[in-house]
Unconditional design. Structure first.
Length: 136
């Protein structure tokens, strides 16, 4: 099995299959094929799953019928994709991206509270990590 890269970017086709595996925990080829939202050939799904095994995204368990189990967490994949998006859309700055997202939709009070909590945590981290300048 190949070692996963630190920056994990799964193509859309892999993400589609990973979403099924994440939801089911483990699934046979037939179960993955049946769970897809769109028509895709059985052998296409089989080839994609095998390539995902080779990439280290999932593993094939030896029982009959073989089951495929994800080896990456959704957070690993989303963090990489979001990092790339952040870099491309706002030059690596978080505030412009969040501002745009907030302008385009109405947030529920729970989401606003969650954002406030995330900001408070970021402020605390920033205070801990910033080196203090010595007075001259």
């Amino acid at each position: 099995m190949k070692k996963r890269a630190t920056k994990l970017r799964a193509p859309a086709g892999d993400l589609e299959l990973l979403e099924v595996l994440w939801a089911k925990g483990a699934a046979t080829l037939a179960e993955v094929h049946q769970a897809l939202d769109r028509k895709l050939g059985y052998t296409t799904v089989q080839v994609r799953l095998q390539r995902m095994v080779e990439k280290g995204l999932c593993r094939r368990e030896g029982e009959r019928p073989a089951k495929y189990r994800p080896l990456v967490a959704p957070e690993e994949v989303s963090a990489s994709h979001l990092g790339l998006l952040l870099k491309r859309i706002s030059g690596g700055r978080v505030a412009p991206l969040v501002a745009q997202l907030m302008r385009d939709r109405t947030l529920e009070p729970e989401e606003i509270a969650e954002l406030k909590q995330l900001i408070a945590e970021a402020e605390a981290r920033s205070r801990r990590e910033k080196p203090r300048k010595e007075p001259p």
